[in-house]
Design a protein around this ligand. Structure first.
Ligand code: AMP
Length: 420
């Protein structure tokens, strides 16, 4: 039997109401903040991600789904969205249409990571990118949207972590200090961090390895190396967050290891989801658009993982979704009347009622069982003496009340009834 690929998940009908609730909330919040939706293709030229995410990252180094198509072009299933949004922004000259483009997305992403709870190979993110404004208020706005969405779901065990990594020039001084600090400790670092010591020393700060974290306890912190402008901007981000009472912690180890990231970085973690605790991450990337060939334009964004949010919501008992229900179940009392039942169902559906009926010649009793199972508001009985008189029995399934309705004016009679 062919099964789904390791690390991917089906969303079955029983899960869909959770997905829909999340997607609706996300759309609603982005609308409140005046972000417009963007959809980009599932695959792009591999070079876009190599340049836009960075060759030294885990994503590009080991996780991308990359393949040659029939014309031998190297393509990659998108592992994240920023590079694609920036590509579209440049390609369609969105910056010349309006100075600030506030964009959001909901999309599947693909990374060949080791699957575990909260980490999949196809997963879904919602997120935003605001291109064209370097105000720290916009950084705060990003954090605010993400936080508001997560708290709107009812999530409680959240921590917002923020940091600033300044600009590449001042970061160099910090990297030198960090290198000096770790120079006589390299042998005690994890294997991965030993490699990063040479290739991308900042990423050692992200290490999940406890030995690395212990060694970093006395390390210099990046916030002490910020240039004046970055310091002021970071103060403004904090002030803006304070204006709405958004609680945050400063985490000087929250870094992005690439040169085109600037200033703010942030993450929202939940302690309800085990080891994969980051629900969302983002930051400012003022140098990325220039790097990808566009006119230098500031940008800031975030991405949040939907599967992890669902996990957190389940673990915190946040889902309080209404039970599925339908308006009418048409119970046909006589097999010969299937066509008639089909016709009435069509009439009701055209008037926006949700209708179900049986095509498999079930007995009346079995049809009633189905009617109960699909939690219908009314059962409509088509057949018997009433039918000969042009009428059908209508049973209110909530209070058991029954009455007759004329089949000739079925929809209008039902409308009058439901308005009562
Ligand atoms: P990133 O794009 O790596 O900054 O990730 C942003 C968010 O996407 C994370 O905080 C997670 O919630 C989610 N995420 C990232 N990778 C995965 C994955 N492999 N499976 C599920 N969710 C993920």
């Amino acid at each position: 039997m062919i099964k789904a690929i390791t690390g991917v998940k089906d969303a079955l009908p029983s899960d869909i109401s959770k997905w829909r609730m999340i997607e609706e909330t996300v759309r609603n919040y982005f609308n409140l903040f005046n972000y417009k939706e963007i959809r980009t293709p599932i695959f792009e030229e591999t070079a876009l991600f190599k340049r836009g995410i960075g060759e030294e990252t885990d994503i590009v180094g080991k996780e991308m789904y990359t393949f040659l198509d029939r014309s031998k072009t190297s393509l990659t299933l998108k592992p994240e969205m920023t590079a694609s949004v920036v590509r579209a922004f440049i390609e369609h000259s969105l910056g010349s249409i309006q100075p600030l483009n506030k964009l959001f997305y909901i999309s599947p992403m693909f990374r060949q990571e080791k699957p575990q709870a909260g980490r999949y190979r196809q997963f879904h993110q919602f997120g935003a990118e605001a291109l064209g404004c370097s105000s720290p208020f916009l950084d705060a706005e990003m954090i605010q949207i993400a936080y508001d969405i997560l708290t709107n779901f009812g999530l409680k065990n959240l921590t917002v972590k923020i940091n600033s990594i300044g600009v590449p020039e001042s970061r160099e001084a910090y990297k030198t200090k960090l290198k000096e600090y770790l120079a006589d400790k390299t042998e005690q670092l994890s294997e991965e961090s030993q490699k990063r010591f040479e290739t991308n020393i900042l990423r050692i700060l992200d290490s999940k390895d406890e030995r690395d974290q212990k060694l970093l306890e006395g390390a210099p912190i990046i916030l002490d190396y910020l240039d004046e402008k970055s310091k002021d901007d970071f103060e403004l981000v904090k002030q803006a967050l304070a204006l709405t009472g958004l609680p945050y912690e400063i985490d000087p180890k929250l870094v992005r290891g690439l040169d085109y990231y600037t200033n703010t970085t942030f993450e929202i973690v939940s302690n309800s989801v085990g080891s994969q605790s980051a629900l969302c991450g983002g930051g400012r990337y003022d140098l990325l658009i220039g790097l990808l060939g566009g006119k230098p334009t500031p940008g800031v964004g975030f991405a949040a993982g939907i599967e992890r949010i669902i996990l957190a919501c389940e673990n915190e008992g946040c889902f309080n979704l209404p039970e599925d229900s339908i308006d009418f179940y048409i119970v046909r009392l006589d097999k010969e009347l299937t066509g008639k039942a089909y016709e009435y169902a069509a009439q009701l559906r055209r008037s926006n009622y949700v209708v179900e009926l049986d095509y498999s010649e079930k007995s009346v009793k079995a049809q009633m069982r189905e009617a109960n199972k699909c939690n219908c508001k009314y059962a409509l009985f088509v057949g018997g003496e009433e039918f000969k008189e042009g009428k059908a029995g209508l049973k209110n399934m909530q209070n058991g009340e029954q009455q007759l309705v004329s089949l000739e004016n079925l929809v209008s009679e039902i409308k009058t009834l439901s308005e009562k």
